[in-house]
Design a protein around this ligand. Structure first.
Ligand SMILES: CCCCCCCCC/C=C/C(=O)SCCNC(=O)CCNC(=O)[C@H](O)C(C)(C)COP(=O)(O)OP(=O)(O)OC[C@H]1O[C@@H](n2cnc3c(N)ncnc32)[C@H](O)[C@@H]1OP(=O)(O)O
Length: 302
């Protein structure tokens, strides 16, 4: 699937900036600076891609400190890296993990949601939709190796993956906490959760804005495996190997068949969903709530 208009414009702007990309395009790799050990790593500013073409797998490390929040720039760079992998036949699987200690992703970037104008909210929401659609409909096998806290938009990214493996640390909670912030998850994300953990569990999880610690996350089924922190990467890669053993064509057609109806319901109502978001997020009461929340986060250290 090609990048949607707004994201593509921004992607072009980023590409024009040139300096944003330290590495060559995938498919024509060069050793990383100081390399020579056979590792071939590529990066734009906010996503580090470690390709292993022999295995057909790349590890994408989110590295937008401090918390991998989903800013427009981050989502654009992520989608560019993903598209490069998808366009390169050498790659059939991607492990998504974080390079920010203790945080997989803090979710939507709250600074993008506060004090901006409607056009910005519309552009932002279109990019969020695009991120979800591109991940959800990816032909590649996606494994989330969740090595940190994974709330809201972080959970959105993880839920699009075929498999979620969570590191066993009581601080690494995962879930859709939106109601705790006074916001409502979009219907397509709700559908993604329902497909994953079932209707009844989703009713509870969504209404209460539950964040599940590892044992509960495993029990409810929002993650597939919980493993000791030091075994996360190796487990993700061995899960990947199992999925890669299945003939690709049959697997990805099956994936598309399983996911089509859920994706189509957003694709058909994309503009209405954007308008709904803009109206909702522009409300004074929502703006006030989000601003107070963001201020509290910023004051935590002080
Ligand atoms: C139809 C209608 C539809 C309506 C809308 C539909 C919504 C759709 C679904 C998605 C919704 C979301 O994702 S809403 C976002 C939900 N996310 C959250 O609530 C997570 C908030 N963050 C946290 O809880 C914590 O930061 C956490 C991730 C655990 C990390 O804790 P740490 O102690 O390691 O770090 P902190 O000191 O808290 O944060 C470090 C810095 O990062 C900033 N920061 C933290 N989270 C941030 C964030 N999400 N966006 C921006 N900035 C953030 C802090 O302000 C700090 O800034 P400085 O002090 O300046 O350094």
């Amino acid at each position: 699937m090609a990048l949607a208009g707004g994201v593509r414009v921004r992607a072009r702007a980023l590409l024009r900036a040139g300096a944003q990309f330290r590495g060559p395009v995938l498919g024509r790799p060069e050793p990383a600076a100081g390399g020579g050990d056979g590792t071939r790593r590529f990066a734009n500013l906010r996503v580090l891609v470690e390709p292993d073409p022999a295995a057909g797998v790349a590890v994408m490390k989110l590295k937008s400190p401090p918390v991998n929040s989903l800013s427009l720039e981050f989502m654009t760079e992520f989608l560019i890296s993903l598209e490069k992998l998808e366009n390169d036949k050498a790659f059939r699987g991607v492990v998504i993990t974080s390079d920010c200690p203790g945080v997989f992703s803090a979710g939507l970037d709250l600074t993008e949601l506060c004090g901006q104008n409607p056009a910005h909210y519309a552009e932002y929401w279109k990019a969020v939709q695009e991120l979800w659609l591109r991940l959800f409909l990816s032909n590649m096998v996606l494994v989330a190796a969740i090595n940190g806290v994974c709330p809201a938009g972080g959970c959105l990214m993880a839920l699009t993956c075929d498999v979620r493996v969570l590191a066993d640390n009581p601080k690494f909670v995962i879930g859709l906490k939106e109601t705790q912030l006074g916001i409502v998850v979009p219907f397509w994300l709700k559908d993604n959760l329902v497909n994953t953990i079932g209707h009844r569990a989703s009713e509870h999880a969504l209404q209460l804005g539950l964040l599940f610690p590892p044992a509960e996350a495993l029990q409810v089924g929002i993650v597939d495996q919980v493993v000791p922190e030091d075994q996360l990467q190796s487990t993700a890669l061995s899960v990947m190997a199992r999925w890669m053993a299945i003939p690709d064509h049959a697997r990805h057609l099956t994936k598309a068949m399983m996911r089509k109806a859920t994706a189509d319901s957003l694709i058909k109502h994309r503009d209405a969903d954007i308008q709904n978001f803009v109206n909702f997020i522009s409300r004074d009461s929502i703006q006030k709530t989000l601003q107070v929340y963001l201020q509290k986060l910023k004051q935590k250290k002080g």
